[in-house]
Design a binder for this molecule. Structure first.
Ligand code: FE
Ligand code: FE
Ligand code: ZN
Length: 302
């Protein structure tokens, strides 16, 4: 079986920290994972526990998981494109970089931000100043700028916009790109020919910048600018196209992360949510779409 670097979004809680994240990833059959160091929508962060981190790295080694494949996602309240939030965003991004460094990881995925009305040019130049104020030659983490769907005034909705950001950053070797399949599809890219899209990415940005891929299907059609993720093979991108990204030889060394929605299940008293990742990973490894995936998940989580 071809080995791909595949995992999903997992939780990170203040008591177990990485130990909990690793256990969750292993329970899905993953060999990597992505997490937020706290709630994505706020800046409450508990201190990183040195002992737990040390133990976690021992477990990673035993399990054959390369720490360089693990991804941290910055909270999305950081908005580097908005001058009014500039100081707050820079301060918090710096703290987040320190946390990723102390966890012993290399990749921090970041949404470039929304310009909230000042225009894309101004937005991009604000992002560039913010990155130059945050990253220097001693930074040990790569900031992986995520491709966005173009919802509202989001910057980074095309390869050209991402290129402009990289062009302005001084420490280019501290910058990577995270390609999100749902986002670029919603932004208007035709994905059915994966070789073509990778050639375009290579020509405009450079494949060497590609540090992470978010593998998501989309609830909406191409160019919808909606950014609503769907389970693998259940959306408008489709299983065969996503499989091409997952198994493309040029992307062999790039970690792939699922951020697909949890499955709802109505139990006697209340509605509960269950993670789809164990089942999606198995389906990807089988390379065969399972039309009963959602029902299978509901049956498994009794
Ligand atoms: Fe993201
Ligand atoms: Fe994403
Ligand atoms: Zn998204």
């Amino acid at each position: 079986m071809e080995k791909i670097i595949l995992g999903s979004h997992v939780s990170f809680n203040k008591n177990d920290q990485l130990i909990g994240s690793i256990k969750e990833a292993l329970s899905y059959g993953a060999n990597t994972f992505m997490f937020y160091t706290g709630a994505p929508q706020n800046t409450n962060r508990s201190p990183i526990d040195v002992e737990l981190t040390h133990l976690a790295h021992k477990i990673l080694k035993e399990e054959g998981i390369d720490p360089a494949h693990i991804i941290v996602h910055a909270p999305y309240i950081i908005n580097l494109a908005n001058r009014n939030h500039f100081d707050f965003s820079i301060r918090f991004l710096r703290e987040e970089i320190r946390r990723v460094e102390s966890l012993g990881f290399k990749n921090l995925v970041l949404h470039p931000g929304s310009h909230v009305g000042v225009g894309i040019e101004e937005g991009i130049s604000t992002i560039v100043s913010a990155l130059n104020a945050t990253v220097d030659s001693k930074t040990k983490v790569k900031i992986c700028i995520e491709t966005m769907a173009g919802k509202g005034t989001e910057c980074g909705k095309s390869f050209e916009e991402i290129r402009k950001i990289i062009d302005g950053v001084k420490e280019k070797d501290k910058i990577g790109v995270c390609l999100d399949t749902c986002h670029i599809f919603d932004a208007g890219y035709e994905l059915s020919d994966v070789d073509r899209i990778l050639d375009e990415f290579d020509r405009i940005i450079g494949l060497s910048y590609l540090s992470c891929i978010h593998i998501n299907d989309s609830k909406n059609s191409k160019g919808s600018h909606k950014d609503r993720h769907e389970n693998i093979g259940f959306g408008h991108i489709g299983f065969s196209t996503l499989l091409q990204f997952l198994y493309h030889p040029k992307l062999k060394d790039v970690p792939k992360i699922l951020e697909t929605p949890y499955v709802t299940k109505q139990n006697s008293d209340k509605k509960r949510l269950y993670p789809p990742y164990k089942f999606e990973i198995a389906m990807i490894q089988n390379k065969e779409w399972n039309s009963h995936l959602i029902e299978d998940i509901r049956t498994y989580y009794k």
